[in-house]
Design a protein around this ligand. Structure first.
Ligand SMILES: NC(=O)c1ccc[n+]([C@@H]2O[C@H](COP(=O)([O-])OP(=O)(O)OC[C@H]3O[C@@H](n4cnc5c(N)ncnc54)[C@H](OP(=O)(O)O)[C@@H]3O)[C@@H](O)[C@H]2O)c1
Length: 268
């Protein structure tokens, strides 16, 4: 009976994970969200059943520890897979270059520190809270959801000079994954940092006219770098299907790596 915990499961890819995993009645599926009541309502509307929802805020270490304690009650054989999916990201700074941000030091400080707190420290605290359950589980897999933006070889050829905080902090998440992998390899724990592809979620939806022009330029740049890309975002369900294949086939041979939903360095 495989078991999965999704941290940051209220919407977008996190919700798609709940939908996907709960279709198999053999799975035990746990979702950590900031607003339990709202997510439970969403689950009813989306007809998603067979999921345990607990409060877990990546900005609140204690809530993650409490969630792990609650989860332990429905995980007598431990936890097979934890997926750290939630993200703090703000539209306000996404389209700013490093120089733009440097010109607004208060904004830069707040953006970097909040992103560090939620996305890096929050990931660490989530993994740490669930680690005893992972060590008790059969599969022993820890998945950090990263982004192709964290590939240091992408910005120059793809002309992506913005997404500064997001890319920087996802790069830090990749390193945390590698460090956990080194720490836990003797315990047979497989750790992966994975990009889900470009996916139609709230991160990319409902662009204004100006945003659409920006987005089309970005897509053109990506298409130049990845000529085989179909040039449209994946649906959340498609992305989760690809990610699931990678997780299912994850072995110690790939522990600590940063891979795409294709299992390589093709981010789109
Ligand atoms: N979509 C893409 O194209 C794309 C590309 C590359 C990587 N990714 C990565 O894929 C993951 C999912 O992205 P998405 O597109 O599904 O994003 P999304 O639609 O914006 O959803 C973000 C999720 O993160 C949760 N979250 C935010 N702050 C949190 C916190 N402090 N504690 C717990 N959960 C929190 C949100 O919960 P609330 O409802 O409470 O706000 C929501 O469930 C992220 O790690 C993102 O960086 C996405």
């Amino acid at each position: 009976m495989p078991s999965y915990a999704i941290v940051g499961a209220s919407r977008g890819l996190g919700l798609a994970w709940l939908q996907f995993l709960s279709k198999d009645p053999n799975n035990t599926v746990i979702g950590l969200v900031r607003d339990v009541k709202k997510t439970k309502q969403t689950l009813v509307e989306e007809k998603i059943e067979n999921v345990h929802i607990f409060r877990g805020d990546m900005a609140d270490k204690k809530s993650l520890e409490a969630a792990a304690t609650s989860a332990a009650e429905v995980l007598p054989s431990g936890l097979d897979v934890i997926i750290i999916n939630g993200v703090y990201v703000t539209e306000q700074t996404n389209k700013m270059t490093v120089s733009d941000l440097a010109a607004q030091p208060d904004l830069l400080y707040k953006d970097m520190h909040t992103s560090l707190d939620v996305n890096v420290l929050g990931s660490i605290y989530a993994v740490n809270a669930f680690l005893p359950l992972i060590l008790k589980g059969a599969q022993k897999k820890i998945i950090f959801i990263s982004s192709g933006h964290a590939d240091i070889e992408l910005p120059v050829p793809a002309d992506v000079n913005d997404m500064v905080t997001y890319a920087t902090i996802k790069g830090a998440v990749n390193m945390i994954a590698a460090k956990y992998a080194a720490e836990l390899k003797s315990k047979d724990v497989k750790v992966l940092s994975m990009s889900p592809g470009l996916v139609a979620t709230s991160m990319n939806n409902n662009p204004s006219g100006e945003e659409l022009a920006y987005f089309m330029k970005l897509l053109g740049n990506f298409k130049r770098i990845f000529p085989y890309w179909r040039a449209t975002p994946l649906t959340p369900d498609e992305s989760v299907g690809h990610q699931f294949n990678i997780i299912e086939n994850l072995t110690m041979a790939d522990t600590g790596k940063f891979l795409s939903h294709w299992g390589n360095k093709t981010w789109l």
